[in-house]
Design a protein around this ligand. Structure first.
Ligand code: CA
Length: 227
């Protein structure tokens, strides 16, 4: 099993050593960079899943690394290390996209717990697709509307996922047949209409509006404003 790779960007060798050893004990792979410029380059080029970033760095300041990372890899979580825990540093960091803070001196067990929490949040987010009040959990194939589970058959789930993933595009009947049922040729049945009907009933909005909109003589589209 490959452990998540954490990049530590810090110029003080004592802290790098302490963080590296501590995170390895907790089961992470750790790599480090000792200045802002090389830290940024490695975070952008390498397969890093989280960055622990000091604010006071040579060559490129932590705040600058943070804002460039946020612009270029907005999904990459960054935990910022601040020397004094100054409020201004924290606000600047939050604005620039940091997800959490550690104030020096800190315990490496606490840092590891925050790293784990961030990685967990990210993996749950990436495994979930949201559209309006609808959430589709991709791994366990669950659908929730306003956090209430909706029971769908396998085909209904696949059809809903196909519509949601392709929103707001209008999908033709033959695109749906290919994408959901794998049919290259139209089997001349009303299977699409039948399953659209099932889904509409199950997703039924209280105001009677359905998020699955019929576009006459073209096909269907999913409108997340309607759910
Ligand atoms: Ca430093």
């Amino acid at each position: 099993m490959i452990e998540p790779m954490i990049l530590v960007v810090e110029d003080e060798p004592g802290i790098v050593d302490f963080v590296e050893r501590g995170l390895r004990i907790q089961g992470f792979e750790v790599t480090s960079a000792t200045d802002g410029a090389s830290g940024l380059a490695r975070a952008l080029q390498e397969d890093v899943e989280l960055v622990v970033l000091d604010m006071m760095l040579p060559k490129l300041a932590g705040a600058e690394v943070l804002s460039r990372l946020h612009a270029q890899r907005p999904d990459l979580p960054v935990i910022v290390l601040t020397a004094r825990g100054e409020l201004e540093d924290r606000i600047a960091g939050l604005d620039a996209g940091a997800v959490d803070y550690m104030v020096k001196p800190f315990s490496v067990a606490e840092l590891a717990a925050r790293v784990r929490a961030q990685l967990r949040t990210r993996s749950q987010e990436s495994a979930q697709l949201r559209a309006g009040n609808l959430a589709i959990e991709l791994v366990n194939r669950r659908v929730l509307i306003r956090d209430e589970p909706v029971r769908l058959s396998t085909t209904e789930f696949d059809l809903l996922l196909f519509l949601v993933q392709n929103r707001p595009q209008v999908l033709t009947r033959s695109q749906i047949l290919r994408g959901v049922w794998g049919y290259e040729h139209d089997p001349e049945t009303n299977i699409v209409e039948v399953y659209i009907g099932y889904l509409r009933r199950k997703l039924g909005a209280p105001n009677g509006r359905s998020p699955i909109v019929t576009v006459r003589s073209v096909g269907y589209r999913f409108d997340e404003e309607r759910i």
